[in-house]
Design a protein around this ligand. Sequence first.
Ligand code: HAM
Length: 423
Amino acid sequence: MITSVKGTRDLLPPDTRVWNRVEAAARDVFALYGFDEIRTPVLESTELFVRSVGESSDIVHKEMYTFTDRGDRSVTLRPENTAGVARAYVEHSLAQAGRPWKLYYMGPQFRYERPQKGRYREFRQIGAEVLGDPTAVMDAEVIVMLFDFLGRLGFTGLSVSINSVGTEATRPAYVEAVRTFFSSNEKTLGEDDRRRLADNPLRVLDSKDPAVKQLVASETFPKMVDLLPTLDPASDAHHRELKALLVASKVTFKEDPLLVRGLDYYTRTVFEVTAEGLGAQNALLGGGRYDKLISDLGGPKTPGIGFAIGEDRLVDVLPEPFRKKALEGMRAIAVVPVGSADMPDAWGIARLLRGAGLPVDFHSGHRGVGQALKSAEKSGAVIAVLVGQEEGLRGTVVVKTLATRSQEELPREGLAAVLQARL
Ligand code: HAM
């Protein structure tokens, strides 16, 4: 038997109904905020992610699906979508429009991680990006939009963790402070964390090693936000403005001075929402500002801010009423030909009903009418229309209510309207 590749999975009905409802809600809410959809390729040049997500990130360092294609190019299955959006912005000179771009996307992403609950090698994200607005107002706007969307799904009591990672102006001083801190604790660091410390000390903050985590959590561990007022007053003001806007919008937030996020492109604002019920992989979504990414990719200086939600995790912790509603199937009408000679006639009636906007579950009846009715009921039909020759001559059909098996003969004329009333 050939099975799906480790870390990937099939989404089957009726669960796909839930996914579709979630995506429909995202499209609705994002449209209210003026966002349009962008679709970028799943496959990108490897260099794109090396230059954006960054060599020091775990993603680029060890999680990418990278291979050489038949034309000898190094390509990668996208591990995230911000880089692709930024590339498209540069490639299509979107800056020339002279306005901010508000874009959203949804689709599969690939990371070679150890699969476990809520963590897959192919997973799906719903994300949004604003390109071309540097203000904290836009940071607040995307977070408010996000909470609006989560509210639409029925989530309550969520809180967003926020931090500022400063800019290039602050980074060297902070990196130095972190390095100094660890230099007296070098022995505690394992091989991975030593590499991180050498490549990008900020990455050590994401260490999963309990001993290192304990060090990072200690009072004396340096915090970027403490350096901002003196080293980077503009980032400090940006951060304070964001907090004021979140308070004004009644979004519950927590300041987390240790939140740095695992991608290298962030500047100033970073944020994350975690959810109980996701186990160890409790990050439901993450995002932040990336004011240098577009210029680093060769585009004009363009600030950016956005987020991506892990859709697999979102569906996992979806409030029950939303899930239940989404799982309800359409109440369909089964159309069943009594004999094989009745097929054309039955087809005609199915067409007619569908033309009137009624959902029809057509059965070939190849195993007999009895079996057709059983299977119609299993697939969620509530009414069956039996199309036979005798009734055909009288211009009628037999209509059966599947729950009660009661039946009556009804004229074909005006049938759609009568059935509509009974669905
Ligand atoms: P990220 O934090 O790497 O950020 O991923 C965002 C979300 O994707 C995570 O919070 C998580 O829910 C989900 N996710 C990540 N890896 C997996 C996995 N292996 N299995 C299931 N879910 C996963 C980004 O990707 C950035 N592009 C977000 C962003 C947009 N920043 C600015 N704009």
